[in-house]
Design a protein around this ligand. Structure first.
Ligand code: NDP
Length: 444
């Protein structure tokens, strides 16, 4: 059995009940076969892949908090510090009832290669909790965030591990966590990114993941002799990534006709009213039924279904494994040209394969959504030099980074004889830099 297959088997055996982690490892290792197989003996001797798939550190802790009725609750907190070969651990904190160690490990593993692709000095990590922020009062959110940070603060710092937002963790949660970190550690430092502008946040960080997704989608289309103008776009999700993806797509001249949340989805044939969506999701924190009520020409449907709608470009921006083989077939039938992932691993393995085999351009999340973490790294730079850059400066750096990412993944795929396979290109380009750093630093 090849070294790669042995490691995939080992990961499955040693980490049972973690299917998302298996899926992420399989996808990356399959893509780097060309590199590993050519030098298998050295890779085995240095246990390189064992070191790659085992996190440097996993932290799991109790998070007690008190609700508005005075009742105590206990959630589980996690931080997986996966790989620090190229910089301090960096990756978001997910607050969602589906969170478990397997989900955090899959996200942390993906983050290693994503962060490497940005070209910036950041290692891979991820964390979160099975806490559900939905329906909680501000005081309950604060109680949870303070308790979560009381434990997490022992393991993070501006030069060791710098968490950020993710599903369920937005500006409000980052604010409460930062306040608690500062109180307990007595340090005003860039330990979290996604901070408010008044206390060290970066302009354009809120927009970065969604905008970055569109910058790379545009680069992809231009490379194939097309552009965004006049394209019909389907988006899933209605959170941070989805909202700013919709906004930038519209700025580039496309029409976005869908969005969704975990209970239903909207079809708006006139194009999503992004100001209304922001008001509903960012300010009033309501469900998408409120969108339908405010915009009578739109349709609201329960459940999932955005991929049934005819579109040129599909941007899944909600959560993992939300675009299935059935959806991929429907997209193909409807003449879709490109799928670029805004969320992390939103396309199932069989759907990804189908899209690639059927000539639909496909960019995986670790490349197409890396604008968020890249801008987080720019926030770290601003915090270190005690300066704030203008929106335009950050946005233009972001655009440059995304265009570079596209050029690099495209070149890596070509170099190894897989032109147009951006999954392989992203994994190879991300892996090469981490490999080089791991080799240089010895067996640690
Ligand atoms: P948000 O919490 O802001 O929004 C998530 C959106 O997806 C919401 O509309 C949510 O609906 C929906 N959603 C979440 N879970 C599910 C589910 N199980 N089924 C259906 N819908 C669901 O998160 P973000 O926009 O920040 O993150 C979205 C994705 O992008 C995630 O995969 C995240 O890891 C990834 N990502 C985020 C980055 C960032 O900078 N924010 C950076 C890179 C990747 P509801 O509100 O009803 O739950």
């Amino acid at each position: 059995m090849s070294y790669i297959d042995e490691i995939i088997q080992q990961v499955i055996e040693k980490n049972p009940d973690e299917p998302e982690f298996h899926q992420a490892v399989r996808e990356v290792l399959d893509s780097i076969r060309v590199i590993v197989d050519a030098n298998e003996e050295k890779f085995r001797r240095d246990a390189l892949l064992e070191r790659l798939v085992n996190p440097e550190r996993q932290i799991k802790f109790r998070v007690p908090w008190i609700d508005d009725q005075g009742n105590a609750h206990v959630n589980t907190g996690y931080r997986v510090q996966f790989n620090s070969a190229i910089g301090p651990y960096k990756g978001g904190l997910r607050l969602h009832p589906s969170v478990n160690i397997g989900i955090i490990k899959f996200l942390g593993f993906e983050q290693i290669f994503k962060n490497s692709l940005t070209g910036l000095p950041i290692g891979g990590g991820k964390g979160g909790s099975d806490f559900d922020p939905k329906g909680k009062s501000d005081r309950e959110i604060m109680s949870f965030c303070q308790s979560f940070m009381s434990e997490l603060c022992k393991y993070i710092g501006a030069d060791t591990d710098v968490p950020a937002g993710d599903i369920g963790t937005g500006a409000r949660e980052i604010g409460y966590m930062f306040g608690q970190y500062k109180k307990l550690r007595g340090l005003f430092e860039g330990v979290l990114t996604g901070k408010g502008i008044s206390y060290g946040g970066s302009l354009a960080r809120t927009e970065a993941t969604g905008y970055g997704l569109l910058y790379i989608t545009d680069a992809l289309l231009r490379d194939h002799g097309m552009d965004m103008k006049g394209k019909t776009v389907a988006v899933s999700g209605a959170g941070n990534v989805a909202i700013y993806a919709i906004e930038k797509a519209q700025q580039l001249g496309a029409k976005v006709v869908t969005c969704s949340d975990s209970t239903g989805w909207i079809y708006d044939p006139d194009g999503i009213d992004v100001a209304l969506l922001k008001e509903i999701k960012e300010v009033r924190r309501e469900r998408l039924t409120a969108y339908k009520n405010a915009r009578l020409t739109s349709e609201y449907h329960e459940g999932r279904g955005v991929w049934q709608i005819k579109c040129d470009i599909a941007l899944p921006c909600a959560t993992q494994n939300e675009l299935t083989l059935e959806d991929a077939k429907q997209l193909k039938e409807n003449g879709c040209i490109a799928v670029c992932e805004g969320a992390n691993m939103p396309t199932t393995e069989d759907a990804t394969k189908f899209l690639q085999e059927n000539g639909i351009l496909f960019i995986p999340g670790k490349a197409s959504n890396c604008g968020g973490v890249a801008t987080s790294a720019l926030e770290m730079s601003q915090n270190s030099e005690r300066l704030s850059w203008s929106f335009e400066e950050v946005d233009s750096k972001l655009k440059g980074i995304m265009e570079n990412v596209y050029a690099n993944i495209s070149a890596a795929a070509k170099k190894y004889g897989m032109e147009g396979n951006y999954v392989a290109g992203a994994n190879i380009a991300g892996f090469e830099k981490v490999l080089d750093a791991m080799n240089a630093q010895g067996i640690v």
